[in-house]
Write a protein that binds this ligand. Sequence first.
Ligand SMILES: [Zn+2]
Ligand SMILES: [Zn+2]
Length: 186
Amino acid sequence: MEQYRVPDLNQLREIVISKMSLFSDNSGNRIFSDIELSNLSTIEISYLSKNSVSRHGLTTNLDKSKKISIKNCRVRLNRNLFQEQYLDYAEFVLFHEYIHCLGNFTHNREFRIIENLWPNKKEMNIIGKKLTRELQDSKSKWAWTCSKCGFIVRKSTRKFRSNYFHKECRGKLENIPIMLPTKPEH
Ligand SMILES: [Zn+2]
Ligand SMILES: [Zn+2]
């Protein structure tokens, strides 16, 4: 059986750019020109910091005194996208970042029209939420809270499995995840 290979950043870039070269309007005209696509392929792509939870991709305007453009940006992607079950979504995230690189800094109506060119965009949003939840769960801290008096007995990085009781009141302890604040996607 052939083993599934996870692409690296360069391979992902090639996959996304070749998909973008096939998008056309109702009259059969290409949406993205060869020049745009070859310029997009020169943009530096690297990974986001390991702690990134709700951010799957980020495009930075390198010179804030100018409008964002292909020549004035860089892209970073969450390393957790590079897993077999998230590869389709990884392509979509890079496509989303490329729309920013083409000069659309905010998620306005024009941005969403271009984003909707991606074939299974609705499904991509669902997968994105799943990845965010997964990353939040793996980074969550837990508060061991007394179900009787509400006292927080301790904070921990692990979820306990057996039955614990609060010494003072004999109330049963519950595990409540301490949610991390989420940053908006970009
Ligand atoms: Zn108690
Ligand atoms: Zn965005």
